[in-house]
Design a protein around this ligand. Structure first.
Ligand code: DGL
Length: 284
């Protein structure tokens, strides 16, 4: 029997689309529902308890939309909310930190792994623990690089400005002798072309691919797969003004994202979003 309920995926902005893209490619038969919490972007500089409350409310909404699995496609929200979410909801919930940590441990040859992320993920130290859980024998250098998020959101991921910023961030990483760099923020995979130019010898790991592979396995083990036939295009919900998101997503992925449906999840209204389909709140 196939399970045609959607998979719910969320992030604060465009970054989680890197995970969505991988899910589309690795789980082509699945219906996907992507929620971008634009009202609260960025999550990175916020208090953990605040991000946790946002994430729990979003998951509550996704559950009310009858999703069969939730992907927290944001490292900051995974660090702040994964455990609390699993305690509160029965739906299977997948974060992005453990898959990235596992991939890093499998990639390093010299046992030195650097991680770049937002301030929130850095402060949580969850990458350090996830990597050392996978192999306590490796060294980990976690560093916050929040300005890289702004560069990606501005559609500048593959630009000279991105290269300059990366050179600065990587100085300490290469000085320390890391052979592997974990992109501990779902925005960062979009920096890969610039990274390859400024640090061609560094092995780069991101969790988009490994998270999608994990979702595929979890669906199979729990008999939740929709079937092999191609799923419909993803549905896109946004909690804030989508113009910047649409521009950044189109620029970064080379295709226009689905038409967003504005969701007033926080009861604050979404000013200026006239003309964009508006959702009624799903009771939860
Ligand atoms: N996508 C978020 C993450 O992976 C970073 C963006 C933000 O600060 O909201 O941590």
């Amino acid at each position: 029997m196939s399970d045609v309920r959607p998979i719910g995926v969320f992030d604060s902005g465009v970054g989680g689309l890197t995970v969505l893209r991988e899910l589309r490619s690795q789980c082509p038969g699945e219906r996907l529902l992507y929620l971008a919490d634009l009202a609260h972007f960025p999550y990175g500089p916020r208090y953990q308890h605040e991000v946790r409350e946002f994430a729990l409310r979003i998951i509550e909404h996704l559950v009310a939309e009858d999703v069969k699995l939730v992907v927290i496609a944001c490292n900051t929200a995974t660090a702040a909310a994964l455990h609390a979410a699993r305690e509160r909801f029965d739906v299977p919930i997948v974060g992005v930190i453990a898959p990235g940590a596992q991939a890093a441990v499998e990639t390093t040859r010299n046992g030195r792994i650097a991680v770049i992320s937002t301030e929130g993920t850095f402060a949580s130290q969850q990458y350090l623990h996830a990597i050392k859980e996978a192999n306590p024998g490796v060294g980990v250098l976690p560093r916050a690089a929040p300005h890289l998020v702004d560069i990606v959101e501005a559609g500048q991921a593959d630009s000279p400005a991105a290269e300059v910023a990366l050179v600065e961030v990587l100085e300490e990483v290469t000085g320390w002798g890391a052979d592997t760099l974990v992109l501990g923020c779902t925005h960062y995979p979009l920096l890969r072309p610039a990274l390859a130019r400024v640090a061609p010898g560094l092995a780069v790991v991101d969790s988009a691919e490994t998270t999608a592979a994990r979702v595929r396995r979890i669906l199979a083990v729990n008999r939740l797969e929709a079937g092999a036939a191609g799923g419909p295009p993803p549905r896109l919900l946004v909690t804030g003004l989508p113009e910047r998101f649409i521009d950044a997503a189109a620029l970064l992925f080379g295709e226009a994202p689905p038409v967003p449906e504005v969701l007033d999840l926080w009861g604050t209204g979404v000013a200026g979003a006239a003309g964009i389909p508006r959702l009624g709140m799903v009771a939860s």
